[in-house]
Design a protein around this ligand. Structure first.
Ligand code: AMP
Length: 190
C-alpha cells in the first residue's frame, strides 16, 4: 500500500493537493476535518463535540479523533492506500496511527510536509473563507489560534517521521500546479 501523510499548517493547500494525489495514484482521501464538518452538518453527537473545539481553533481530543480515524480506515476494502490529510496532528495521534496500521499489516510510506510562509497562509485562509463558508477561516482570531496550535502541538509530528526517515519537505509557495508537480515527483521517486 502507498500511505501518505500530507502535512502542513492550516492553509498550506493539503485539501487541494489531496484531490490531485488521489486522482493520480488511486488513493483514498481521509481528512479528519472534512469528517468532522460532515458530522456537524448532520448534527450528530460527534459533530456537536467537534464543533465546540473547532469554533475556537482548538484540536478535537486525541481519543475521539483516533477512534474516528481507525473506523474510517476500516470502511475501505483492499484500498491501494490512503492520503491522511490533517491527521496526525499530535505525536499521540502519530504513535496511535503507527500501532493501528501495523495491526492491519501496513505502515506510513512517506510524510510530505508543505512549507508555506505565515503571511501567505493567512491570505489563503481569508480568501478560502469567501467560498468555504467555514467559520474558522473567516475570523482572524480563530486563524491565529489554529496557527499557534499548529506550532505548539502539530509541528513536532514532523520530527516523529523524520526519525523514521520518512519526512520529505515540499516547497508550498507558488502555483497550485507547481506544488502538485513537486508532490508527484517526490512520490514517484520512492
Ligand atoms: P482542517 O479541515 O484539517 O483544517 O481541520 C479543521 C479543524 O478540525 C481543526 O482546526 C481541528 O479543530 C479539527 N481537527 C481536524 N483534524 C484534527 C485532528 N487530527 N486532531 C484534532 N482536531 C482535528
Amino acid at each position: 500500500m502507498l500511505n501518505i501523510v500530507l502535512f502542513g499548517p492550516p492553509g498550506a493547500g493539503k485539501g487541494t493537493q489531496s484531490e490531485r494525489l488521489i486522482d493520480e495514484f488511486g488513493l483514498v482521501h481521509l481528512s479528519t476535518g472534512d469528517i468532522f464538518r460532515s458530522n456537524i452538518k448532520g448534527q450528530t453527537e460527534l459533530g456537536k463535540l467537534a464543533k465546540s473545539y473547532m469554533d475556537q481553533g482548538k484540536l478535537v481530543p486525541d481519543s475521539v479523533t483516533i477512534d474516528l480515524l481507525r473506523a474510517e480506515v476500516l470502511k475501505h476494502n483492499k484500498p491501494k492506500g490512503f492520503i491522511f490529510d490533517g491527521f496526525p496532528r499530535t505525536n499521540a495521534q502519530a504513535e496511535a496511527l503507527d500501532v493501528f496500521l501495523d495491526s492491519i499489516d501496513t505502515s506510513i510510506t512517506l510524510m510530505l510536509s508543505l512549507d508555506v510562509e505565515e503571511e501567505e497562509l493567512k491570505k489563503r485562509l481569508i480568501k478560502r473563507a469567501e467560498v468555504s463558508g467555514r467559520a474558522d477561516d473567516a475570523d482572524p482570531k480563530i486563524i491565529d489560534n489554529r496557527i499557534a496550535v499548529y506550532h505548539k502541538e502539530t509541528s513536532p509530528v514532523k520530527s516523529f517521521y523524520e526519525q523514521q526517515r520518512k519526512l520529505v519537505s515540499i516547497e508550498g509557495m507558488g502555483s497550485v500546479d507547481e506544488i502538485t508537480a513537486r508532490l508527484f515527483t517526490s512520490i514517484k521517486s520512492i
